[in-house]
Ligand binder design. Structure first.
Ligand SMILES: Cc1cc2nc3c(=O)[nH]c(=O)nc-3n(C[C@H](O)[C@H](O)[C@H](O)COP(=O)(O)O)c2cc1C
Length: 441
């Protein structure tokens, strides 16, 4: 995928309407809450900075872990509400050219025929600028919304995901690129010898095929995977062209890259077949002090209990029932048994002071669990350049949860992107027509 060594830039728009950002002083100013206008403006801003991707995550649960019911999540707007982000994408694509769009759909809860058909349409509507973030879904309660009594076991979710992505790819390939004849004189629409049944019969899916669609500009969406566990990395190494990864230190970023490269080799692929977009939070200011002041204001706007509620949601246990001064390390086995985000908690354990308490981790998590970089555009560019270089110049960065829109995106595009462009680290124009071409060019 990322044959180019320039940095690819993306932003995660999943939480701009939740997680205390719904009330933040700089959020949604001049835009109707949850109207399409602000999303369209984000697309225009991102395109001005030649950013590659705007991304929507997805999960369809209402967390009941904190306090044993849904009250905390609903009262504070913590990862709630969760509308389906898909319909916003065609509107954003019409508002701005160049920038691509990532949409998450779960391999555990959606059927591959539906996913393949939907992404074919989205690829047509966006003119070849769509990516699929294929996730296995690790939040409690979600299973019950989709007709299951219990969440499927972690590694089994990846068995299903591997089959799911394989079926989707077979469906996208079931109509050959030149199958459409569209000859009004002879009346032949398509060449039937170039349209194939897939006759898939696997452990989880039975699909006859073909996908009854016209081949789309990219043939299939750009494939993204965001798992951090060994099974998640293996799925990415099998199919993905890009991985989203959240790691807390440069050492663990390098370790992740090495693990991914080893799994890619095992699947007969090369490191450049799958880039990584590292998930980071950035706070840019005119001076370092200005950036620190912005960060202080941001932290002060978040309720003290926010991080603990988020931790209950993320790790599937009720942190409100545990002593705040308990070292989190003591919870390792309990959290592993929850069958949820173990990869993420393991990363926390490996990168924090072992004495860290629940209260301390909660405070840290309130502002997002991602690594943060603060400072002037120059300082931020220096840090991004170092991370990019040290991890093999193979991918780029996704701006993580925790920012007010539209100001934060505008500041990033107006101040940080030009500094990266001056250094030749990010592109100054979109070289291709499709998202895949732009990620390669
Ligand atoms: C930038 C980013 C976005 C993600 N978006 C989602 C998402 O929308 N839905 C989801 O269920 N998981 C998402 N994940 C993945 C989860 O955090 C988690 O790693 C995964 O679902 C659990 O798999 P694992 O055990 O292999 O890590 C995302 C991860 C990253 C780094």
């Amino acid at each position: 995928m990322s044959q180019s060594r320039t940095m690819h830039l993306a932003a995660d728009l999943s939480h701009i309407h939740t997680d205390y950002l719904w009330r933040a002083a700089g959020s949604w100013i001049g835009y109707p809450y949850l109207g399409p206008e602000l999303y369209e403006e984000c697309a225009r801003i991102a395109a001005r900075g030649c950013m590659d991707l705007l991304f929507f995550g997805d999960s369809a649960n209402t967390s009941e872990n904190h306090g044993g019911n849904h009250h905390a999540a609903v009262r504070y707007g913590m990862r709630w509400p969760k509308h389906d982000p898909m319909p916003f994408i065609p509107l954003m694509a019409r508002a701005a050219q160049g920038v691509g769009f990532g949409l998450t759909m779960s391999t555990t809860y959606h059927h591959p025929f539906h996913v393949a058909r939907l992404f074919n349409s989205l690829d047509h509507v966006t003119g070849g600028r769509i990516a699929w973030n294929a996730v296995t879904s690790a939040y409690k309660n979600e299973a019950q919304n989709w007709g299951f009594d219990e969440m499927m076991e972690h590694d089994e979710r990846y068995v299903r995901a591997t089959e799911h992505m394989g079926v989707a790819c077979k469906l996208w390939d079931s109509v050959e690129k030149d199958a459409i004849v569209f000859d009004k004189t002879t009346g032949v629409f398509a060449d039937p010898t170039k349209v194939h049944l897939i006759n898939h019969r696997g452990k989880y899916f039975k699909v006859r095929g073909p996908l009854p669609v016209m081949p789309s500009p990219q043939g299939r969406p750009v494939l993204i995977q965001a798992g951090q566990s060994p099974a998640g990395i293996d799925l990415a190494a099998t199919y993905a062209e890009m991985q989203f990864v959240s790691r807390n230190t440069l050492a663990s970023m390098k370790k992740h890259r090495a693990e991914l490269d080893a799994r890619l080799a095992a699947h007969g692929r090369s490191p450049r077949d799958c880039g990584v977009l590292w998930s980071l939070r950035i706070q840019v200011g005119e001076s370092d002090e200005d950036a620190r002041e912005k960060e202080r204001r941001y932290i002060a706007s978040i309720p003290v209990e926010a991080g603990i509620i988020e931790m209950s949601h993320m790790y599937g246990i009720d942190f409100s029932a545990l002593p705040a001064d308990m070292p989190v390390i003591e919870l390792a086995e309990t959290i592993q048994r929850q069958n949820v985000h173990w990869g993420n908690f393991k990363e926390v354990l490996e990168t924090i002071d072992p004495a860290t308490t629940i209260a301390q981790l909660g405070r840290k998590n309130a502002i997002g669990k991602n690594h943060a970089i603060l400072g002037t555009p120059k300082r931020i560019a220096d840090q991004l350049e170092e991370f990019h270089y040290e991890t093999g110049e193979n991918g780029g960065f996704i701006l993580a949860k925790g920012f007010e829109i539209p100001g934060y995106l505008r500041d990033f595009v107006e101040y940080v992107v030009p500094e990266l462009q001056r250094r030749g680290l990010s592109k100054t124009r979109y070289s291709g027509r499709t998202l895949r071409e732009n990620l390669n060019g």
